[in-house]
Design a protein around this ligand. Structure first.
Ligand code: F0G
Length: 458
């Protein structure tokens, strides 16, 4: 018999989580105005709101924290992190920031200006936010395969080179400060970008002389998918693949809270000394001095260690295997989920799950609330509420896909928890025909409404 994968860690410390009753959850979610962000975490049994900053650090990471150097300038922790970034990712220059969006803020302050276009593959919300905040436009060049949720296609994170070249050829170079490649692509369902595609995008970037920046939050999961799915990479280590990926990048922004398995942190890494010098000014203004940015010494030490652990094959195999373990159970029960399964999350197709609910009643949000009531499991809506209103007409923007994202924290839950999540969602699926009413909005903020929106039952 072929031996299955098993977690590449054992458990040294545990944290108690509490079950609750359906009656309690009905009260609590009403009190939270049917917004899962408003729930106290003690009222959640299994929390799949995000995989960001929610991972479990290792004994080596905790040990590294004890030796953190909190000097304002020139801390040894800074040099530890600098070495890890050089060895694992290959960059000579880096700036620490407090998280991913801070890295975007600093780098875009140098590079993006009014009227610019920034092509990429389904830019993440904060990335798009920082582009639009500067009155520039994020142009989505994701491949068409990504929009068919049932299509089994290995690299749905890919940029369509034809769409990209159309933009590059149409506008002057001065209007396109960078191309952003998000690996893996969160907004298209945690889907990877192939090495082949990275090469094609890099060739176009070189042809038009435009910098190529990787949004790298889940770069290690991307490298794992290249290893297991792309021809010619099976015998390469994840670390070798990561190094190859970044030979094609001019720079990267990083939310370390994902694949570097720390609870807080981020950075910018660059090949150009000139760009590093320009970004340094903004880093000092917005984040902190060059050798700590937005991070304490102990956090930089834990991050250096996390970059190493997060790019180990055995860890990635069990991490991504666990996500697929949940996905398979849902598929077997007929629950409509996005295929192939993402690296960090399972995305449930809420329109197919609740076909009788009108889009005006917030389909994915309704499903998220039902899952919470059923089992105390908290996912997140990626649908109409997140899509906000059109800034000009103030009408709701109805996205093509209404998704419920179940993001799996790293090294936190066991497969028994996955069984519990699957059972909860399958129970909702079995009573889906009884769910005929959704929600209406009681109050909302003018932008980023999903965090604070208040809802009531229709
Ligand atoms: N880029 C991607 C692809 C992300 O998924 C995120 C965050 C960021 C940038 C911003 O990083 O949160 O450290 O400021 N994604 C989280 C999520 C919030 O739940 O998917 P940050």
């Amino acid at each position: 018999m072929q031996l299955p994968y098993a977690e590449s860690h054992k458990i040294k410390m545990v944290e108690t989580i509490k079950k609750s009753t359906k009656e309690e959850r009905l009260d609590w979610i009403k009190e939270a105005n049917y917004n899962l962000f408003n729930l106290r975490s003690e009222r959640v049994f299994i929390d799949l709101l995000t995989d960001s900053g929610t991972g479990a650090m290792s004994d080596k990471q905790w040990a590294a924290m004890m030796t953190g150097d909190e000097s304002y300038a020139g801390a040894s922790s800074y040099y530890n992190l600098k070495n890890a970034i050089k060895n694992i990712l290959g960059f000579d220059y880096f700036l620490p920031t407090h998280q991913g969006r801070a890295a975007e803020n600093v780098l875009f302050s140098v590079m993006v200006k009014d009227g610019d276009l920034v092509p990429g593959n389904s830019h993440f919300d904060t990335t798009k936010g920082h582009i639009e905040f500067r009155k520039a436009t994020a142009v989505d060049c994701t491949c068409d395969e990504a929009f068919d949720t049932e299509l089994e296609y290995d690299f749905k994170g890919n940029i369509d080179p034809v769409k990209l070249e159309t933009v590059l050829a149409e506008y002057p170079k001065e209007k396109i400060p960078m191309i952003i490649l998000t690996v893996t692509c969160n907004s298209s369902g945690g889907q990877p970008v192939s090495m082949q595609n990275i090469k094609e995008v890099s060739a176009l970037a070189k042809k038009y002389d435009i910098p190529l920046i990787f949004d790298s939050a889940r770069f290690a999961e991307n490298a794992y998918f290249i290893k297991i799915r792309e021809e010619g990479y099976a015998d390469k280590s994840v670390k070798e693949i990561v190094r190859e990926m970044y030979t094609y990048a001019d720079g990267m922004t990083m939310s370390s809270k994902k694949d570097a398995i720390v609870n807080m942190g981020g950075f910018i890494a660059l090949k150009s000394e000139e760009l590093y010098k320009q970004a340094s000014i903004y880093n000092i203004m917005f984040e902190g001095y060059l050798t700590y940015g937005g991070m304490s010494g102990r956090d930089m030490n834990a991050l250096a260690q996390g970059l190493d652990e997060g790019t180990e094959f055995d860890y990635l195999e069990s991490r991504i295997g666990q996500v697929a373990y949940l996905g398979k159970q849902l598929v077997e029960a007929g629950v409509p989920v996005l295929r192939p399964f993402g690296g960090h999350a399972i995305f449930v197709d809420a329109k197919k799950f609740l076909p009788n609910l009108p889009k005006e009643e917030y389909i994915a949000q309704t499903l998220a609330v039902e899952l919470y009531i059923e089992g105390g499991v908290r996912g997140v809506e990626i649908g109409t509420i997140l899509a906000d209103r059109d800034p000009n007409t103030r009408e709701n923007r109805y996205p093509e896909l209404e998704l419920l994202r179940l993001a799996i924290p790293r090294r936190v839950y066991t497969n028994n928890h996955m069984d519990y999540i699957a059972a909860s969602l399958i129970n909702v699926f079995e009573r889906r025909n009884e769910i005929t009413k959704g929600f209406s909005i009681k109050s909302e903020a003018p932008i980023l409404r999903h965090f604070t929106v208040e809802l009531e039952r229709v």
